[in-house]
Design a protein around this ligand. Structure first.
Ligand code: ARG
Length: 575
C-alpha cells in the first residue's frame, strides 16, 4: 500500500535544503476536518532556517509540489500546506492491495517471529465454566489472533486452576458422599455439589477442615490414591471445558496449569531466600512490598504450603526459560490487578530483567440483567448454555426472516456464536458490561449479525455479477488498469479510506491489547459498505464502471472477513 506520509515526506524534503524526509514525516498532520486536506504540513518551524514568513514558505511549497500525480490539489492556508490525495490513485491502490493479498490483507511482520505467550481462559477445575469466562477466553483468543497477524510466534497457554487446598475438600467430599456415575455424567455440576456440601457439613463438623488439609498434603506428596482422584476430576472437567472451546473454535498449545508448577516451587523459595527478599511473619513467609504501595505478599503459609502467587512466579520463570518470550501476556480480570502487580514486582526484585515483559491485560466484569452471578446461590449462567441458546435464537430468526442460507444449522451456529463473541469484543475491555440478548442478536445494530450480514451481502453481489466479471475485476485491479474514477464518489471513497486503514488498526489493537479497536473498525467498514450499496448502483451496464465497483465490493468483503477472523468469528457467504 502506498505510504502517503512517507512519499509526501520525501517530496517536501527534496524541496528544502538540509531537511530529512523523516523529519518532515514527523511534522505531517492528519487534519480532523477533511476540508483541510488528507494531510497538512505546518511551516512554522521552517521560518528560521529559510528566513521567510511561514505563510510564504507554505505558498512556495504548494507551487512546487502541486504537480505531483499523487495529489488532487494542494492549497496554502496561512502557515499550512494542505494536501488532498488524488482519490483515484488512492482507491486503485487500496483495491489492488486487498485483492493481491486476500486473506493476508491486514497481516504484517512487525513481530518478526518473536515469541509471545498469550495466557487466557484459565478456568478453575471442578468449577462451572460460566458467562464470566467468556471475557478472558474471547479477549485472549482475539489477542492471540492479532499477535499472530502481526507476525509474532504466539504460544497459547491455558493456566488451569488445578491445584490448591480446595482439592483436598473435594476429595474428602467425594469419598464421603460421592459416587462415580454422577461425576461421569455431569462432572462439574456434581463436583460443585460435593464442594458446596463440604462447606455446609464443615460448619457442623470442624474436623472436616483438618481432614481436607491432610488430604491435600497427601496429594502434594503424590500419594497414588489422591493423585488418581485428582487426575480424574481434572480430566472430566477438561472434557467439559473442551466442549465449549470446540464450539468457540478455540485451541491451546499448552494446558500447563498451577499443578504443573508444584515441583518447581522449591527453587523459587530458595531464590527468594538467597536474595534476602523473603522474611518470616508469624510462621509464614512473606515479601514486604509496602514501600511500593503494594502491601505484603504471602508466599508460603505457616504450614509450608505454597500459594497461587508462588505458582505464578514459578510459571513466569519457567516460561522465560522454556520459550524465551519477548512478551508474556496474561488476560485476567482486573480484580487480580494487585496480585499481578505484586508478583511482577517480586520477579523484578529477583533480578530478572525481563520482569516487565510480563504484561497483565485486565478486563472488567460482565453481569446479568437479573444481577450479579453467585455460585453459592446457584445464580450461574453456564457459557455453554448461553452459546446454545444463542444458536437456537438465531435459528428462529433465520427461519422467521426466511434468510437465504446453504445450511440453516451451520449458519445459525456461525452467527449465534459470532454474536456472543462480537458483543464481548465490542467495548473497551476494561469496562464492565451487562449481558443483554436483544443487543447480542439485533441484526441492525452494531452487532456481529449485522457485520456478518454485510459480508454475505458483498458475497451475494459478487455471485450476481458472475465469475467472469469477478475474474476480470481481479485481473484489472492487480494490473492497476481500473477505471478508478468510478469509485471516487463520496460513499465509495469513504469506504476505500476505511479499508486502507485496516492494517494500521490491527497493529494499534495489538499494541493496546484492545480487540475492540478491530471490532469498531469493521463496524465502520460495514456501515460504509452499506451506504455505498444504497447510494450507488453497482451492477451497472457500463462494463468499466461495473468492474471498478466490483473491486471495491470484493475489498470490503475481504476486509470484513479478515477482521472477523481476528475476533475468532466466521463470515458466512450467505445469510
Ligand atoms: N484460575 C484463575 C481464576 O479463575 C485465573 C488464572 C489467571 N492466570 C494466572 N497466571 N494467575 O481466577
Amino acid at each position: 500500500m502506498i505510504d502517503y506520509k512517507k512519499q509526501i515526506g520525501e517530496l517536501i524534503a527534496s524541496k528544502i535544503p538540509d531537511m530529512e524526509a523523516a523529519e518532515v514525516v514527523d511534522m505531517i498532520e492528519v487534519p480532523s476536518d477533511r476540508k483541510m486536506g488528507d494531510y497538512a504540513f505546518p511551516c512554522f518551524k521552517l521560518a528560521k532556517v529559510l528566513r521567510k514568513a511561514p505563510p510564504l514558505i507554505a505558498a512556495d511549497l504548494a507551487e512546487e509540489i502541486k504537480g505531483d500525480e499523487m495529489f488532487e490539489k494542494v492549497e496554502q492556508v496561512n502557515a499550512y500546506l494542505n494536501m488532498f490525495i488524488s482519490k483515484e490513485s488512492l482507491v486503485k491502490d487500496v483495491v489492488k492491495d486487498v485483492i493481491d493479498q486476500g486473506e493476508g490483507f491486514g497481516r504484517s511482520n512487525v513481530g518478526e517471529g518473536k515469541p509471545v505467550i498469550v495466557e487466557y481462559s484459565s478456568p478453575n477445575i471442578a468449577k462451572p465454566f460460566h458467562i464470566g469466562h467468556l471475557r478472558s477466553t474471547g479477549i485472549g483468543n482475539s489477542i492471540y489472533k492479532i499477535y499472530d497477524a502481526m507476525g509474532y510466534d504466539v504460544i497459547r497457554i491455558n493456566h488451569l486452576g488445578d491445584y490448591g487446598t480446595q482439592f483436598g475438600k473435594m476429595i474428602v467430599a467425594y469419598r464421603k458422599w460421592g459416587n462415580e456415575e454422577d461425576v461421569r455424567k455431569t462432572p462439574i455440576a456434581t463436583l460443585l455439589e460435593y464442594y458446596t456440601k463440604f462447606h455446609v457439613e464443615a460448619e457442623k463438623d470442624p474436623d472436616l477442615e483438618q481432614e481436607a488439609r491432610d488430604t491435600f498434603a497427601r496429594l502434594e506428596k503424590g500419594e497414588p490414591e489422591e493423585l488418581e482422584l485428582w487426575q480424574w476430576f481434572r480430566d472430566e472437567s477438561l472434557k467439559e471445558f473442551t466442549e465449549v472451546y470446540d464450539m468457540l473454535g478455540i485451541e491451546f498449545d499448552s494446558y500447563a496449569g498451577e499443578s504443573f508448577y508444584s515441583d518447581k516451587m522449591p527453587r523459587v523459595l530458595d531464590e527468594l531466600n538467597e536474595k534476602g527478599i523473603m522474611k518470616e511473619s508469624r510462621g509464614a513467609q512473606v515479601v514486604d512490598l509496602e514501600d511500593k504501595g503494594l502491601g505484603t505478599a504471602l508466599i508460603t503459609k505457616s504450614d509450608g504450603s505454597t500459594l497461587y502467587i508462588t505458582r505464578d512466579i514459578a510459571a513466569a520463570i519457567y516460561r522465560k526459560e522454556t520459550y524465551d518470550f519477548y512478551k508474556n501476556i496474561y488476560v485476567v480480570a482486573s480484580q487480580q490487578n494487585l496480585h499481578f502487580a505484586q508478583w511482577i514486582e517480586i520477579v523484578e526484585m529477583l533480578g530478572y530483567d525481563w520482569a516487565r515483559s510480563c504484561v497483565h491485560v485486565p478486563f472488567g466484569m460482565v453481569s446479568l440483567e437479573e444481577g450479579t452471578m453467585s455460585t453459592r446461590e446457584g445464580r450461574v449462567v453456564f457459557l455453554k448454555d448461553v452459546l446454545e441458546q444463542s444458536i437456537e435464537k438465531t435459528k428462529e430468526i433465520i427461519l422467521e426472516k426466511n434468510v437465504n442460507t446453504d445450511n440453516v444449522d451451520e449458519t445459525a451456529k456461525m452467527v449465534g456464536i459470532g454474536a456472543v463473541l462480537f458483543q464481548e469484543l465490542s467495548n473497551n475491555r476494561i469496562k464492565d458490561y451487562v449481558f443483554n440478548w436483544d443487543r447480542v442478536l439485533n441484526f441492525d445494530g452494531e452487532t456481529g449479525p449485522y457485520v456478518q450480514y454485510t459480508h454475505a451481502r458483498s458475497a451475494s453481489v459478487l455471485r450476481k455479477a458472475g465469475e467472469a466479471d469477478v475474474e476480470e475485476a481481479r485481473k484489472l485491479a492487480a494490473g492497476g488498469e481500473l477505471k478508478g474514477d468510478a469509485i471516487t464518489g463520496d460513499a465509495a471513497y469513504e469506504l476505500a479510506k476505511l479499508i486502507k486503514r485496516f492494517p494500521e488498526v490491527v497493529i494499534e489493537a495489538g499494541e493496546k491489547y484492545e480487540p475492540s479497536i478491530v471490532t469498531r473498525h469493521i463496524v465502520s467498514i460495514a456501515q460504509a459498505f452499506n451506504k455505498f450499496y444504497h447510494d450507488e448502483q453497482i451492477l451497472v451496464d457500463d462494463k468499466d464502471e461495473r468492474i471498478a465497483k466490483l473491486t471495491l465490493v470484493m475489498s470490503a468483503g475481504t476486509t470484513i472477513k479478515n477482521g472477523l477472523a481476528l475476533l475468532g468469528i466466521g463470515a458466512p457467504e450467505r445469510m
